[in-house]
Structures are given as structure tokens and as C-alpha cells.
Write a protein that binds this ligand. Structure first.
Ligand code: AMP
Ligand code: MG
Length: 398
């Protein structure tokens, strides 16, 4: 059986990168950049006045004992004036270009106005005080954002600052989440004692949305071979990624692998040496659509989603993968089976800012209520073994 690392690498080898599309910047939040973005100009583009006040020559203020004539006003957005007289100053606003002939700004709070005279008091004026010097943040042509970066608020602002009205980003994959099972009932609908809520589809969809995937459809299919074949054929034609839950184990009505293979989806692997989530199935359709068929037990579903599906989707969007963060356990964990073991954890921060992982065991792979308040899980090597407090393991976030 494959190890998790082997399964992960097989998925990686079979995935194709999403095509590039150009989006108006207003629609680009959450998208993954597929081009580098360079500074359009120096930042700031000119010596930028950083306070409302008066602009002056520092040496002029010193030789006039802090009494200067106000000879003009310059607002932000005005072309720069010129101060030719060191005994004078120009009333100035935050964001304005420093007038030529000036090298400092005294803020309005430190000034007394007597008619046309500005009295600056005794405080010495330092050259370049309250001036944000041209190019002090970055230079024209400097690399600001690299391809593979996800665009959050600061990155969108940076792209706007670089003059980009549109950006080239990864197209969103068309994803469908498909639950299977006769026993499943939608939240909000009446439920019989022998039925269970269709919770996996909601968990999967929530994780996808939270990770920036916006084109997510949802379907449910009963454990009926003909219905499954018909629905899966349709979804394989219309979606880039299919995420199924349930129907991949050994039961008589676990029909998913059989039907997928009949539809020409090439099996890449079935089963990974892990607990929970051993029956996971992965394949690629002739059309190129990726099919993740996750075991139906709710903890298995979410673990497999975070361990394999989300990283694969991020890679398909062109995001650089990065190593999983490694975090130490706050308590020992017993691993009985010779399978990689996923232990849900709650992250704790100590007084020194170090993060550790508090194990939050479940009552098995059906017990998803135990996941409340956990941030993800750690992956422990196959047992039998007891991993002591302080053992460092890779952490995966939900
Ligand atoms: P299966 O993999 O189809 O054998 O399902 C394993 C267990 O997970 C069964 O107890 C199912 O009722 C449960 N299950 C399957 N799919 C879901 C779902 N979408 N939401 C909640 N539980 C599910
Ligand atoms: Mg089932």
C-alpha cells in the first residue's frame, strides 16, 4: 500500500495547472497571480509630504529664529511650487509633493499663525523631517509580487499601486462535490431514525470556499449503479475536479470505484496506508478531470481533503507548495496500527510565542463532533509506537 507521501506525489504528477485568465483587479481578491508585478515608479514616486503643516528649508528656519512668511499653499495633487526665499515657507498638505527649494515639513500642531507669519517655536527643524523620501520604500522596476502569490488585501493594493487595472491569475477550476449514500438527508429536511445528515458535502464545500475556490457545485447520488453512472458521466464532462465522499470501501453498495473505472477514469491509486482514510481512491479521466473519491466517514473525508485535495488544488492554481509546518505534541499519542495516523489537534501558544499541538482524539473516524475547535491534524508515522510529548510532526490545517 502507498504511504501518504507516495500518494501525494502521485497526485502531483497527474495534475495539470489551471489556465491563465485576465481579471479586473476588483475581482481578483483570493486569486493566485500568474505573472510577476513590478513597481511602476519609485515608491513614493516623489518626496511626499507626510504631515499637514508648512514646507520650508531647514537652514532658513534656523537663521530666522523660527519665524517665516507664508507665501503660498500647495495641496495634495497640485504640481509643485518653488520656494525661492529661505525666509519663507509654503503651507502644505499631507500627500503633496515637497515644493522645490524645501527640505523639511513642520506639522501644523507645532505652528502659531500670526497673519502671514508662521511661528515655529524653538524646536530645531531637522532636514527631511516629515518627508517620505522618493524611492525610500522601493525603486521603479523592483519586483513586488511573484507569480504564485495569492492575492489578499495588501497584494491587491500593491497591484493597484503598480498601475495594474487587470491581472493575470489562475482560472478557477470547476469543482463538484458529490456525496453518495441512501442514508443521507439534507439539513433542514425531516429525518427518520435510520437516516443521517449529509454533513460531508457541507464540510468539503466550506473548506473549498475558505481556500478561495469559488466555482463549487454540489450533488448527491443514491447508492444506485445506473444513477451513479449517469451523474458521474455528466460531472466528468462539466467539471475539472470531482470530489466524492462515500462508497469507496468494501461494502456491496460501495459502487464508486467500479463506476468510475467503467466511465474510463484511470485509477492512479486506491488505498493509502493511513488511518483514518485508508480507502481513498484517486484517478484521472480521459478529459483530464481529476477525481478524488474520499471515504465517507466524516473524519476521514475531512482529513483526506486537507491532506491531499486542498494541496493538489493549490498546486493546480500555481501556488508554490511549501513544506508542511512541523509542530510538537503537548501530550503522548499511541499509534497502534502499522498505518500513518492522523491526530486532530488544537494549537496552543506558550508565553514565548512557541506553538504546540494538543491532541484531540476522536472516537474513531465517524466522530466528527470531536473536531470542534481543532485547527487541523498532525501526521504521525506508522505504529505500533508511542510518540512522546514534544514529538515534532507535520501539521495540516483544515
Ligand atoms: P461509506 O464510505 O459510504 O461506506 O460511508 C461510511 C460512513 O460515513 C457511513 O456511516 C456513512 O453514513 C457516512 N457518510 C457517508 N457519506 C456521508 C456524508 N456525506 N455525510 C455524513 N456522513 C456520511
Ligand atoms: Mg455509503
Amino acid at each position: 500500500m502507498l504511504t501518504p507521501a507516495q500518494a501525494e506525489s502521485l497526485i502531483e504528477q497527474h495534475l495539470t495547472c489551471m489556465p491563465i485568465e485576465s481579471l479586473p483587479l476588483t475581482q481578483a481578491a483570493g486569486a493566485v497571480l500568474r505573472e510577476n508585478i513590478y513597481a511602476e515608479r519609485d515608491h513614493p514616486p516623489f518626496d511626499r509630504v507626510a504631515m499637514d503643516g508648512v514646507a520650508l528649508l531647514a537652514s532658513g528656519a534656523a537663521s530666522n529664529a523660527g519665524r517665516l512668511r507664508v507665501v503660498g499653499t500647495q495641496n495634495a495633487g497640485d504640481p509643485p511650487q518653488t520656494l525661492s526665499d529661505p525666509d519663507a515657507c509654503i503651507e502644505i498638505m499631507t500627500g503633496a509633493m515637497l515644493p522645490s527649494g524645501c527640505d523639511a515639513v513642520v506639522p501644523v500642531e507645532q505652528i502659531q499663525r500670526n497673519g502671514a507669519i508662521a511661528e515655529l517655536g524653538r524646536k530645531a527643524v531637522q532636514q527631511w523631517q516629515n518627508v517620505h523620501r522618493r524611492g525610500s520604500d522601493c525603486r521603479q522596476g523592483e519586483l513586488l509580487l511573484t507569480a504564485g502569490t495569492r492575492l489578499f488585501a495588501p497584494e491587491v493594493a500593491i497591484a493597484a499601486g503598480a498601475g495594474m487595472a487587470r491581472v493575470r491569475v489562475s482560472a478557477q477550476p470547476m469543482i463538484v462535490v458529490i456525496s453518495t449514500g441512501n442514508e443521507l438527508v439534507e439539513p433542514g429536511e425531516l429525518i427518520e431514525p435510520h437516516q443521517v445528515r449529509r454533513s460531508n458535502a457541507y464540510g468539503i464545500t466550506a473548506a473549498l470556499r475558505q481556500h478561495g475556490f469559488a466555482r463549487v457545485a454540489d450533488d448527491h447520488v443514491r447508492d444506485d449503479e445506473a444513477a451513479l453512472e449517469e451523474r458521474l458521466r455528466f460531472h466528468l464532462r462539466t467539471h475539472d475536479v470531482l470530489i466524492l465522499s462515500g462508497g469507496v470501501s468494501m461494502g456491496k453498495l460501495d459502487l464508486v470505484p467500479k463506476v468510475l473505472e467503467r466511465l474510463g477514469v484511470n485509477l492512479v491509486f486506491h488505498h493509502v496506508a493511513q488511518r483514518p482514510g485508508k480507502p481513498m481512491w484517486f484517478g484521472v479521466a480521459q478529459s483530464g478531470s481529476a477525481v478524488f473519491a474520499l471515504p465517507g466517514n466524516p473524519v476521514s473525508t475531512l482529513v483526506c481533503l486537507s491532506r491531499y485535495v486542498l494541496p493538489a488544488l493549490r498546486a493546480a492554481m500555481g501556488q508554490s507548495p511549501g513544506e508542511a509546518r512541523r509542530i510538537a505534541l503537548t501530550a503522548p499519542v499511541d499509534v497502534k496500527a502499522p498505518l500513518a495516523f492522523y491526530m486532530p489537534v488544537k494549537l496552543k501558544n506558550d508565553d514565548w510565542g512557541r506553538t504546540s499541538a494538543e491532541p484531540k482524539p476522536t472516537n474513531g473516524s465517524g466522530d466528527f463532533t470531536a473536531l470542534a475547535g481543532t485547527e487541523g491534524f498532525v501526521e504521525l508515522p506508522p505504529g505500533p509506537n508511542t510518540f512522546p510529548k514534544g514529538f515534532v510532526a507535520p501539521f495540516f490545517r483544515w
